[in-house]
Design a protein around this ligand. Sequence first.
Ligand SMILES: Cc1cc2nc3c(=O)[nH]c(=O)nc-3n(C[C@H](O)[C@H](O)[C@H](O)COP(=O)(O)OP(=O)(O)OC[C@H]3O[C@@H](n4cnc5c(N)ncnc54)[C@H](O)[C@@H]3O)c2cc1C
Length: 626
Amino acid sequence: MNRIHRSLSRFHGAQRRFPARWIRDLAKHWDIDAAVTYRAPLADIRFALKHGTLLESALKEGFFGDISFEDVDAILVEAGRMADDVIAPLNPVGDSIGATFKDGVVTTAPGWKAAYTAWRKAGWNGLAAPAEWGGQGLPRVVNAACTEMWNSASMAFGVCTLLTMGAIDALAAHGSDELKRRYLGKLVSGEWTGTMLLTEPHAGSDVGALRTRAERVADGSYRIAGQKMFITYGEHDLTDNIIHLVLARLPDAPPGTRGISLFLVPKFMPDVAGSPGARNDVRAHSIEHKLGMHGSPTCTMILGDQGGATGFLVGDENAGMACMFTMMNHARLDVGLQGVGVAERATQLALSYARERRQGSRVGKPTTETVPIIAHPGVHRMLMTMHALTQAARAICYETAMALDVAERISGKTARQAAYARASLLTPVAKAFSTDIGVEVASLGVEVHGGVGYVEETGAAQHVRDAWLGAIYEGTNGIQAIDLVTRKAPLAGGALIGKHIDELSRIVDAVSATNEAAFGCSGARLAESVESLRRVTRWVLARLEQNTDAALAGAAQYLRLFGVATGGCYLARQALTAPRHNTETEYRTALARFFAENISVEAATLERVVVDGAASVVDTGTMFAH
Ligand SMILES: Cc1cc2nc3c(=O)[nH]c(=O)nc-3n(C[C@H](O)[C@H](O)[C@H](O)COP(=O)(O)OP(=O)(O)OC[C@H]3O[C@@H](n4cnc5c(N)ncnc54)[C@H](O)[C@@H]3O)c2cc1C
């Protein structure tokens, strides 16, 4: 039995033993009847992996060791079962009952702990984690597909797991051997979860303003004191220990982000046997009452009330931001996948409702018989928009994950650096475009439902409430746009983004060269969007040096333009690389065409907004000053 088959039987066993029916009964018991309509979109995910990334050829060449695409397929099926049967039914339970706080103790919603335990015992937490720490070392892009499924099933559940995976990355990359030995195994198995403690009341987007203090102790550890807010799963009852990664400042640290260090602060200090021992001086003070994500506890954390929390340095002193970026880059891609996940679930729900709900008859048709609303062109358009945006965001996120895989495994410094640069260019787009479309698609989902979308029973409203968080945490989407404009687009003097745009142009040429009627005007529309991206990129890069305010005034719209141009081309590439003349390819071509003719065309407007609209933003800069 090879490692994949061992993993598969573990995935399957844990899922089979899980009392999924119990969860459904529980939802009934609490009178929660939100529609539980999520089925992992395995065909779409498989297609996106096979025709949208280089995964299949990389597997054939042995880039990932002894795994085949059939193995990946089998993993996706098991992940789909776990998402459908174990996690998805909990989503409305988490929303209506949520996490509760009493006397410093956070209790997650009913069923949450049983589901988490089943999930982690199946080994899902360590899917892409290093084998030397008990992980399975599988490709990140496969883990990305699974992450999408956990988050479609429940964003509030999925966010816990993605933070632990980010903590594993940060510790594996920057932790000392001793820290790795003590903590990595338990994090990889999911027996302990990880958190990220950055935000403070006066330090949100501006992390450099943080004030949490760290003092050196003679034994080499540190005493940490301060207050952190908005900490996801800062306290919970899912595991017997929580490993906090905390940003703090040493007394002699330089100001701003250059003076921040990263510390590992366990809730319980592990004893000699590695089990949770003495309680550390870190505790939850309260949890937030939020718009959505009620299943995910968001805590205010107090460190050092009783003399100082014991912390251990990760990486070097004052190099904490670089270490934390390892975690945040992972988390940013995963938050992008949350956007894809919630968009997928909202689309499935809207589609099933639109097939059932009958209202009105078709205008201009001889019969007055009422029809399902899906038959009305306006509703059909909304559903197509939801589906197309979701597939485009999925394509961008998987491409980003694949670039990370290449960066981590390819030999040769130059090739590795090129792959990292590619991943870092795509990461803010994967995060912000995907979470923006998450909100957009979820909102369309409410519109498709009409009045019942506005009340809670259908679950459509929950998707909008949950989706909004994706646009806010892990760096707001406004901050992602600034990152794209000021750091990523200028990489290698603009050559990296130029290469990306050239690659999109080659896809456009291939579409135009097919002369397939099924692509409609896709070639022309995609070409216009890519040329808009090229022109606006030049404009933005030039303005960065001459008039930064003008360059930043349309940063969010520029990121959207990047996403729209890239997503449209990626969908076209998927359609082109699929085998010709079969029904699946016809459907993929139709979808790519819909995107090109209805969504890529936004590029022209976005170009005007970024370029022509900048002056009116800059000129009105003092309008609200008084
Ligand atoms: C439910 C929830 C869970 C969270 N989980 C965590 C967690 O686990 N760990 C953690 O550390 N934090 C967490 N956060 C905090 C989150 O990362 C911050 O809320 C986010 O970074 C934004 O910071 P802020 O809320 O202070 O907003 P602000 O920084 O005040 O931003 C307000 C607005 O101004 C814009 N803005 C701010 N600065 C600039 C600038 N320089 N240029 C242009 N625009 C700017 C922003 O884009 C935003 O639109 C969580 C937040 C929430 C709501």
